[in-house]
Design a protein around this ligand. Structure first.
Ligand SMILES: Cc1cc2nc3c(=O)[nH]c(=O)nc-3n(C[C@H](O)[C@H](O)[C@H](O)COP(=O)(O)O)c2cc1C
Length: 366
């Protein structure tokens, strides 16, 4: 590995390359994408949200949605592990905002996840749910040193445990739900990568007296972006959007085509039913929503602890809209994306992306 590439160590786990493929729900980063990324030496991440929407347990056996989620998370990890091999590093991304968050993180640990990456809220109680799994690395997603400090202090006080790393996600560029609570915050300079990343690095070094890695996420497209993040103190990068449009990506071909077609003017911010800003492609569904008219599919999962659709019949059922996007329903789906979606011009492969980030790769034995 070249000199300017750091080693990424997450608790007891060390991927060959300091790159994490970001978890992308619903189903966009499933077993195939995560398994192949891990096989190539980076961290492959399964997004736990809504995984069981099309599982036989839920659809045919009519099992309770939350019970089937717990089973499907384990089945998905098993499928990913078969691709990744025993040494591949597999993570599961679990969002704090989910109703069955505690069950999902436990299912992920029981199913053999090496790392749990957790955002969309502060994972203040995560160690409590995973006290029986000391080998599973716990990595919160934050957007500011303040959030990192809240989590670190709470974990230290209540559980005597440090996070095994922090992902710093930049709302100005990232995809999906953004680590901002208001629209104004999305472009707040304090949450820019240039400010938040060195801020969290300094907090880890001086506030925690620790050397746990800080990982940059949002807007990382290529090696150049990655090296810039390393210069600002990151020990790894997390990449979402670019991996969604790969042969191995678990979404439908139509989903990937939407990424290829998206132009700058098509990338917009919306208020999601979770009460958080999100970045998405302006398709017919989002265009109507932005104009104030929206038709929603009924809630099928009760998946969010705070859902404006379920509570006030405002907004829409996000789980169903994300499932529609996964299936390639251009008219009705919610196509989450990062601002880098404008750079996607074809369906590439995981190997190609990895070679682009780490040109020395082909000379190293796999
Ligand atoms: C389609 C899509 C779905 C996403 N879903 C999730 C999710 O379920 N949970 C989460 O924490 N982050 C989610 N993200 C954020 C990614 O994991 C990643 O951190 C982010 O996209 C990085 O920025 P980038 O897309 O510019 O590379 C999603 C992103 C995209 C593009």
């Amino acid at each position: 590995m070249s000199n300017n590439t750091p080693t990424l160590r997450l608790g007891k786990h060390q991927p060959r390359y300091p790159l994490i493929q970001g978890g992308m729900g619903v189903g966009i980063s499933g077993p195939r994408l995560a398994g192949n990324v891990a096989r190539c030496g980076a961290v492959g991440t399964i997004a736990s949200v809504g995984l069981s929407h099309n599982s036989p347990h839920f659809v045919e056996e009519k099992m309770n949605y939350f019970d089937s989620n717990a089973i499907v998370i384990k089945e998905t990890l098993q499928q990913a592990r078969e691709i990744a091999g025993p040494d591949g590093v597999l993570a599961v991304n679990c969002m704090v905002a989910l109703t069955d968050y505690d069950r999902e993180v436990r299912a992920a640990a029981e199913g053999g996840a090496n790392v749990i990456i957790s955002g969309a809220g502060l994972p203040l109680r995560l160690p409590e749910y995973l006290k029986d799994f000391p080998d599973v690395a716990l990595v919160p997603i934050v957007s500011s040193p303040k959030a990192a400090s809240l989590i670190a202090r709470r974990w230290e006080k209540h559980y005597g445990r440090q996070p095994d790393g922090f992902v710093v996600e930049t709302p100005a560029t990232a995809g999906g739900h953004l680590g901002a609570t208001t629209m104004e915050q999305v472009y707040d300079p304090a949450l820019s990568l240039e400010v938040a990343l060195p801020g969290v690095v300094a907090f880890v070094r001086d506030g925690m007296k620790s050397d746990i890695p800080v990982i940059a996420a949002g807007g990382i497209w290529d090696r150049h972006d990655m090296l810039r993040a390393f210069e600002m103190g990151a020990k790894g990068v997390q990449v979402g959007t670019r991996f969604a449009c790969t042969v191995e990506g678990d979404a439908s071909d139509r989903f990937k085509q939407a990424f290829i077609d998206a132009k700058e003017e098509d990338v917009v911010l919306i208020h999601s039913p979770a009460g958080l800003p999100g970045r998405a492609i302006k398709n017919p569904f989002v265009a109507k929503y932005l104009e104030g008219e929206v038709e929603s599919n009924p809630c099928f999962a009760n998946c969010l602890t705070h859902c404006r659709y379920r509570r006030d019949k405002e907004t829409f059922c996000i789980a169903m809209a994300l499932v529609d996007a996964f299936n390639g329903n251009w008219e009705k789906g919610l196509f989450f994306c990062g601002s880098n979606v404008t750079k996607v011009d074809r369906v590439s492969t995981v190997e190609e992306i990895m070679d682009d980030f780490f040109p020395d790769r082909s000379q190293q034995s796999e």
